[in-house]
Design a protein around this ligand. Structure first.
Ligand SMILES: Nc1ncnc2c1ncn2[C@@H]1O[C@H](COP(=O)(O)OP(=O)(O)OP(=O)(O)O)[C@@H](O)[C@H]1O
Ligand SMILES: [Mg+2]
Length: 337
């Protein structure tokens, strides 16, 4: 679960009283694991600030940020990064233009995995997996694996960013263990013992298998390498049962810079990826139709407040007119005040 408790954030660039901007005014928000929330609201209403506070890019002036009931308000951006995939409006952000499609994907994939000592020297390329995923976007990216991302179109870059954001969250085993102990609601000692009772025998088994494979004279070097990688995946899977850090996907107008056709394609695929991986998702959009069509909950921001929050059936019944009316009402109220 993701939670904002009484969060307030103001900006004051000059120090002068008249320049004080209240971006968020005592925001309370609870998002259950697996929810897909669309977020709408006028320019400057606090949507992006909310995401930045969740990821730790910004610190709230007051209030708390909680992840699975654990207070992460003081956890820095880099520590929190493992839990979030963030896609921005600007296609230039999120990918490295000087690197190829393949290099960008490899880096995203390996993030958080670099300490895995068992795969040292057994680097299995994930190329086939990447090609399979890229094909789904239907943008021809799979044929341009070795091209620099810098020469690609906005839609292609954004598709790649989305893929990178959704597959990056692979913590090391050590982190899985640490997070399980921290974030499971069990007593720390109980959680630790439970993890060890699976981890230790699985590790012993993997080591045994690796030894057998290495000593198997009928296998070629390549066959040995693949067999070891396979045994490792099996071991890895057992450990990842404990991975409580469900992926959280934050999309900040991620299709705004794309042409309508490409935007639709990227949105459809976003929806698919979210559903397949049961990701907790927050999607900011200025497109009312998309806000209604996607997700199971809709939130409307207005001048640093949440003024509308609907889910399920009620959300599904919404029309664009309903939402425009809400905006009008909020504007009128603000004028009266
Ligand atoms: N880093 C910053 N420095 C100064 N003011 C900021 C900063 N970030 C946000 N603000 C201000 O906080 C308020 C909320 O901004 P925010 O970016 O959250 O709005 P938004 O809802 O995402 O708007 P948009 O739809 O235009 O993206 C605005 O008044 C904005 O000018
Ligand atoms: Mg914004």
């Amino acid at each position: 679960m993701l939670e904002l408790r009484n969060v307030t954030k103001s900006f004051n660039l000059t120090g002068a009283k008249e320049d004080l901007r209240v971006a968020l005014d005592h925001i309370n928000l609870q998002i259950e694991s697996g929810e897909f929330v669309t977020i709408i609201g006028g320019n400057g209403s606090g949507k992006s600030t909310t995401m930045n506070i969740l990821t730790g890019v910004l610190k709230p002036d007051s209030g708390q940020v909680l992840l699975n009931n654990v207070d992460v308000t003081n956890m820095n951006e880099h520590q929190r990064a493992a839990y979030f995939g963030h896609v921005f409006q600007d296609p230039m952000m999120g990918t490295s233009g000087d690197m190829s499609v393949l290099e960008n994907l490899e880096i995203a994939y390996r993030r958080g995995r670099k300490h895995s000592p068992f795969l040292w020297g057994f680097k299995k390329s994930h190329k086939e997996e990447f090609i399979r995923e890229l094909k789904r976007f239907d943008l021809g990216l799979e044929d341009r694996l070795n091209q620099k991302v810098g020469v690609m179109s906005g839609g292609q870059r954004q598709a790649l960013t989305l893929l990178m954001a959704t597959m990056r969250n692979k913590p090391t085993h050590k982190t899985v263990k640490k997070d399980y102990i921290t974030f499971s609601e069990k007593d720390h000692d109980v959680a630790r013992k439970e993890f060890e009772s699976v981890y230790k025998p699985a590790l012993t088994e993997f080591k045994k298998k690796k030894h057998e494979i290495r000593n198997n004279k009928s296998l070629s070097y390549k066959e040995k390498r693949n067999a070891i990688a396979e045994a490792y995946e099996e071991f890895d899977k057992k450990v990842r049962q404990f991975d409580l850090t469900k992926q959280i996907l934050l999309l900040d107008e991620h299709t705004a810079a794309l042409d309508p056709k490409t935007a639709n394609k990227v949105l459809e695929l976003t929806d698919k990826i979210v559903k397949e991986n049961q990701m907790t998702t927050l999607m900011i959009t200025h497109n009312m139709r998309d806000a209604i069509k996607y997700g199971n909950r809709l939130i409307m921001f207005h001048t640093g407040h949440i003024i509308f929050d609907v889910s399920g059936e009620e959300k599904a019944k919404l029309t664009v007119e309903d939402l425009l009316k809400k905006f009008d009402e909020a504007d009128k109220k603000a004028v009266e005040m």
